[in-house]
Design a binder for this molecule. Structure first.
Ligand SMILES: [Zn+2]
Length: 188
């Protein structure tokens, strides 16, 4: 089976592992995209992140829809903002959205050019945190306000890779927290 294909499976529930009784292909999705390395890597990253951030055996229709739609978009509507947008929406659905509307310390909503990763929140220039482009905070605000289409339509620029790096760091920290809270020790 192709990585990223959407399938309808019937499972026989086992104690530890389930057995596939029946499987039907719903959407081949990314078949043929292996040659497009960017899209292939984005698809793998989205799948892995969903796997890392969501608990097993707990149905989550919203996350499922995001994953299925996201894979289709990666295959058909590539944009340099796409992976970051999908991962940020995933964090939001799981209740881990960063606070980006205003500075988490003083509350001002302009000059948001810093970010504090410990508290997952934006900061203004006078309230600490690590430097981040105001354009990146704007993109995050729009994605979290469900304006993903508008973000994807933006022309590509330096902000795209910076936005993706910011989201990747949020995902990594959240996945680490989840493992720690589950009592799993991380290798140093
Ligand atoms: Zn401030």
């Amino acid at each position: 089976m192709q990585v990223s294909a959407e399938v309808d499976v019937m499972l026989w529930r086992g104690r530890d592992l389930d057995t596939v009784v029946q499987a039907a292909l719903v959407e081949p999705n990314l078949i043929g995209l292996e040659i497009d390395l960017k899209a292939y890597q984005a698809a793998c990253e989205l799948i892995e992140t969903v796997d890392r951030l969501t608990p097993d055996r707990q149905p989550n229709p919203n996350v499922y829809r995001l994953l299925a739609t996201g894979l289709r978009m990666i295959a058909q509507e590539w944009s340099p903002y796409l992976l970051g947008s999908l991962l940020l929406r995933l964090l939001q659905l799981e209740g881990y959205a960063p606070m980006v509307e205003a500075c988490a310390v003083c509350g001002r909503s302009d000059q948001l050019e810093r970010f504090d990763f410990a508290s997952h929140s934006a900061r203004c220039s006078g309230c600490g945190g690590e430097p981040v482009s105001p354009a990146v905070i704007k993109i995050a605000q729009r994605v979290l306000a469900s304006q993903v289409r508008e973000v994807l339509a933006q022309p590509s620029g330096a902000a795209a890779s910076e936005f993706e790096a910011l989201v990747a760091r949020l995902v990594a920290e959240q996945a680490g927290r989840r493992l720690r809270s589950a009592g799993i020790r991380l290798a140093p």
